[in-house]
Ligand binder design. Sequence first.
Ligand SMILES: C[S@@+](CC[C@H](N)C(=O)[O-])C[C@H]1O[C@@H](n2cnc3c(N)ncnc32)[C@H](O)[C@@H]1O
Length: 276
Amino acid sequence: MSELLIHSMAEFGDLILEVLDLANAGTIVEIGAEFGGMTQPLADYCARRDGTLIAIDPAPAPGFVDWAKGQPNIRHIPRPSLEVIGEMSGIDAWLIDGDHNYYTVLHELTAADRLAQNEARPLLAILHDVGWPCARRDMYYAPDRIPPEFRQPFGHDAGITLDDPGYRENRGFRGAGQFAWALQAGGPRNGVLTAIEDFCRQAEHDQRRLLYAHIPAVFGLGVLFDASAPWAQAVADAVLPLHDNMLLARMERNRLQNYLTVLDWQDGFITLAQPA
Ligand SMILES: C[S@@+](CC[C@H](N)C(=O)[O-])C[C@H]1O[C@@H](n2cnc3c(N)ncnc32)[C@H](O)[C@@H]1O
């Protein structure tokens, strides 16, 4: 059923490439490649401008590694993001769509920003899964990689649904062996959006001015950037009209409700009325 549910950053491809172009980004990091849905348009973009794409993913989908080897503008690093970001340099933009939890995203942003500041570059980070379900609830591809003091109680068989901060055993949206959910949504140190907010709070405390656009569709896209960047106004003009757009949010909620209903029907928890 997962093919019913669009979920790739590629759904935002035109907007993301426009933002990268406005920021004149030539060296880009993509954290989390999976099937390469967004990697392909990024590779094409890099090929057009003789740029470089570094795709970080310790466990991409089958076929990705061989495909990436054949792409002259891509370098694939098969390791978790936090092990490698600190070794990098010269990065213009970050696409963050790897492990969707507070600890990982907060530290990815912090490490990317440290690099940017050391090289006197503006920060440009484009993040996925800033909306439901990961906004306020951690998910873990590899729970063992998260220090226990940052890790929420989690379950691989936990299923989640809208408007319920708890979980149900084997019912609702679940990881099918791929990932685990935190058993409870909300509270401190939980979720991708919480990580972004805490990162921004620290940046503000350090007298930085960041801008953030929150686009409430396809699990949510966040665009975070330095207000002082020479391209900041142009990027703001591109993304801010979509910020917290109520119609997009309504449509996203409707598609999630429909998808969750299909799951319940598929799992035998409800029957659908037959046409008369
Ligand atoms: C949601 S998928 C990425 C989808 C892709 N960005 C797209 O838009 O089509 C998440 C991917 O992140 C990878 N991943 C998980 N933890 C990671 C980490 N710590 N660093 C980098 N990638 C990670 C997983 O292996 C998985 O392939």
